[in-house]
Write a protein that binds this ligand. Structure first.
Ligand code: SF4
Length: 367
């Protein structure tokens, strides 16, 4: 396969096949890698111009007790394990009010899947958050959580989605996707829903007009072919409904995870893999407008490079990210928009505040 022909054909409108995606993700020389990144940068410029976007958001941790205890996660703990917590109504309302005082437009409850949670718990949480912070986008519930509470309640996942929407759900979290290949899921997250269930719930949500992010958690031992299969599934769903707001690549933070400690996962992706994942995703996902750079996972310097390789969004200000901190990344809790603006300006671009669904919220660049 000739790389420069493939890249020029792709920029001219050719849709990459999975075989071609695998070829691109396997690049190892600097010349090839930077050619792919340059093509992705060009596609990004055509698609969204010179804007770097961000959302003022706040993660809200409700509990770290989790029925799933996935091997790649350093955050979720079994019930009764040391260091567990579960916040109640008062704390959730207080955290939501504090978020409102900080001017956030999005609150992301980010928690373990508590074995005692029911649909009513999720409805209550949405209600408390919206009472504490009226008008925010409550970006909540993965397909895993939707299918979990549906099975508990003995109702369909569509019914669950309807109830969540009635309670005020803004957008659905596209988390729990990890790698949408069941052989991989059986190793890294065997208690989570399978690929078919994840895709089914996402399709149902998008068909109802509930939008979601799309995530990929990579670097925990899956193959290049698995990564491309995952991207291909996301592209198929996006062709049907256009409901994904963006791709959120999440590089595996390995240090404190059971899988790594047991010698069953590598120490995360390399810098080459991080760069290629963003670049190839930008080229492969020709029906996505936005590719996010997760500064909390890769750090601000790598984030800057990834914005040159197809990324266009810096995600959220966050304020809390125990999921990443507990897995071993030290810099994950908050990034000031002024720092984001400096990163964007260094690349000759400007920073713009957006909503969860990418409406620009100000007529001027930030801050
Ligand atoms: S990744 Fe999510 S579901 Fe898995 S153990 Fe961690 S908190 Fe629980």
């Amino acid at each position: 396969m000739d790389l420069s022909t493939l890249l020029s054909d792709t920029l001219a409108g050719h849709r990459l096949t999975e075989e071609e995606g695998r070829f691109l993700l396997g690049a190892t020389s600097g010349r090839d890698l930077f050619a792919i990144a340059a093509a992705a940068d060009e596609r990004r410029r055509e698609r969204v111009g010179e804007r770097v976007t961000f959302v003022r958001n706040q993660n809200l941790h409700v509990t770290n007790i989790c029925k799933n205890t996935c091997g790649f996660c350093g955050f979720g703990r079994s019930p009764g394990a040391p260091g567990t917590y579960l916040f109640g109504e008062e704390e959730v309302r207080q955290k939501a009010s504090l978020a409102r005082e900080r001017g956030v437009t999005e609150i992301c409850p980010l928690s373990g899947v508590h074995p005692d949670f029911t649909l009513d718990t999720y409805v209550d949480l949405i209600t408390w958050i919206l009472e504490g912070a009226p008008g925010v986008d409550v970006h909540f519930c993965s397909p895993e959580e939707v299918s979990f509470v549906a099975a508990k309640a003995g109702i369909s996942t569509i019914e669950v989605l309807k109830r969540l929407r009635e309670a005020g759900l803004g957008t659905l979290q596209g988390t729990a996707a990890e790698i949408l290949v069941d052989e991989v899921r059986r190793v890294i997250c065997p208690r989570k829903c399978d690929t078919a269930t994840w895709l089914c719930v996402i399709r149902e949500a998008h068909a109802m007009g509930i939008r979601s992010t799309a995530t990929i958690m990579y670097g925990a031992g899956e193959t290049v072919a698995d990564r491309v299969r995952h991207l291909a599934l996301l592209r198929e769903v996006q062709d049907e409904y256009g409901g994904f707001t963006e791709l959120v690549p999440l590089t595996f933070i390995h240090q404190n995870t059971p899988l790594y400690r047991a010698g069953r996962a590598p120490p995360g992706a390399t810098g080459r893999e991080d760069l290629l994942l963003i670049a190839v995703a930008r080229l492969f996902l020709d029906n996505f407008d936005h590719v996010q750079v997760s500064w909390g996972k890769v750090g601000p310097k790598m984030a800057s490079l990834l914005l040159l390789a197809g990324g266009d969004d810096l995600g959220g200000t966050m304020f809390e990210d125990e999921v990443t901190v507990e897995a071993g990344a030290g810099e994950a809790s908050y990034m000031d928009p002024a720092t984001m603006a400096r990163i964007a300006a260094d690349l000759g671009r400007t920073l713009w505040q957006r909503s969860t669904t990418y409406d620009l919220l100000r007529e001027e660049p930030s801050p």
